[in-house]
Design a protein around this ligand. Structure first.
Ligand SMILES: [Zn+2]
Length: 407
């Protein structure tokens, strides 16, 4: 078993050790007689840092537990001819370790706050790179409860209570009133005791005083299968997160030329305006299409008992030409309309007044086959889209000629 130096001192960032095992496959790894590196476990991710052998320094990329209690350090580069028995020096990335201590100790304090206030037990803890979360065993969780737990957790931090580590037998642990049953079946348990606040069996790295956690900021909370998940950040992470939130909010406020606290109100106002403008625009388009249809019908003479209207626009979308085709064929009982647009996206609409003899769906399918596009529709109304507008006009003229001769 590897002697775990972090069990007794979480603030030990440098240590000497002796190489026990070296392995190069599947990736370079080293096992030492003792280590201050924390391996990924119990929801906490591993330490980073380096191991120095003579004048060579190797970055530690990952640290893991073996089943029989050894700690494996995975290294970035091959170890050459390193032999067991060699003396090495380990250096822990102190910034990362301090961050992990703040998050993990913060979790103990927060979990105990939820128990004390609402009897909600923490069933799991997860530490990601930029936030942490706990899952609470509760059917409901309200915003007021989140705020109350956050307040109590920060009060406990401010009280700067001692955080003590000690080792006890399983039997002794049974008398201490642990917040939750130990996750291990070992005979000796490592106890983290936040004075008069929380006692837990835990192998993680923790601060010495709650004041070192700095602060706790609760963020998102959401329903998950086994209860409610609460996201939080502690210490420097909380400050970095609040800084990012403030920057985002400040940028948003600048867009509205408003104070940051007025952003929701301004955003709501803008959305209302957009909705109202969209409605107005739809109404204007309807009116425009109706007026244009009336004018086109007035200037088009009947041939063989029907009006054939052929038009290509350069600046309308599919919806606009569809609307025009609808108006043309509804305002008149004997009209066939072949309408196209070339921009922004080339498209065609074929329509006829109800009861006319042609099949617009079939005609559109044939046309699309010739233009290399996709489309179709019903007997009276069909639409299609093409990627290239080049041949649209020539083809529309040809279809019009065919329809005229086909009476
Ligand atoms: Zn812990």
């Amino acid at each position: 078993m590897t002697d775990r130096l972090y069990y007794r001192d979480s603030f030990l960032y440098d240590f000497d050790a002796e190489v026990r095992e070296v392995s190069e496959t599947p990736r370079p790894a080293i096992i030492l007689d003792r280590t201050a590196f924390y391996p990924t476990s119990g929801g906490q991710v591993s330490d980073a840092g380096s191991i120095t052998v003579g004048s060579d320094q190797f970055n530690v990329t990952e640290v893991a537990d073996t089943e029989d209690g050894r700690v494996v350090h995975y290294l970035e580069a091959p170890l050459k001819d390193l032999q067991p028995g060699t003396r090495v020096r380990g250096q822990i990335d102190a910034t990362r370790r301090r961050d992990h201590m703040q998050q993990h100790s913060g979790q103990h304090v927060l979990s105990s706050a939820f128990v004390r206030l609402f009897g909600m037990a923490t069933v799991s803890f997860h530490m990601a790179d930029d936030y942490c979360s706990i899952d609470l065993d509760t059917p409901t969780l309200k915003k007021e409860q989140i705020e109350a737990a956050e307040r109590l957790a920060n009060e406990i931090i401010l009280e700067n209570r001692p955080v003590e580590v000690r080792f006890v037998t399983r039997e002794e642990a049974g008398t201490l009133g642990l917040r939750k049953p130990p996750a291990t079946d070992r005979d000796e348990l490592r106890i983290i005791d936040i004075r008069d606040v929380d006692i837990s069996a835990c192998g993680g790295t923790h601060v010495n005083q709650t004041g070192q956690i700095g602060c706790i900021l609760l963020r998102k909370f959401e329903k998950v299968r086994q209860g409610w998940r609460v996201e939080f950040v502690a210490g420097q992470r909380a400050v970095a997160t609040a800084r990012r939130d403030f920057t985002t909010l400040t940028e948003s406020a600048a867009l509205f030329s408003a104070h940051i606290y007025d952003v929701p109100q301004q955003a709501r106002k803008s959305l209302d305006e957009i909705r109202s403008l969209r409605k107005q625009s739809e109404q204007s388009q309807e009116e425009l299409a109706a007026a244009q249809a009336a004018a086109l019908l007035a200037e088009t003479a009947e041939q063989n008992g029907r009006k054939l209207i052929v038009r290509t626009f350069a600046d309308r979308d599919l919806n606009a030409i569809k609307l025009l085709a609808q108006k043309l064929t509804r305002l008149s009982s004997n009209t066939v309309a072949l309408i196209a647009t070339t921009s922004p996206q080339p498209a065609l609409v074929f329509a006829q007044s109800a009861g006319r003899p042609f099949d617009m769906g079939l005609l559109m399918k044939d046309t699309m086959a010739k233009l290399g596009g996709r489309g179709g529709g019903s007997k009276d109304m069909a639409q299609g889209g093409v990627s290239n507008a080049d041949n649209i006009n020539a083809l529309l003229a040809q279809i019009a000629d065919e329809l005229r001769s086909n009476s």
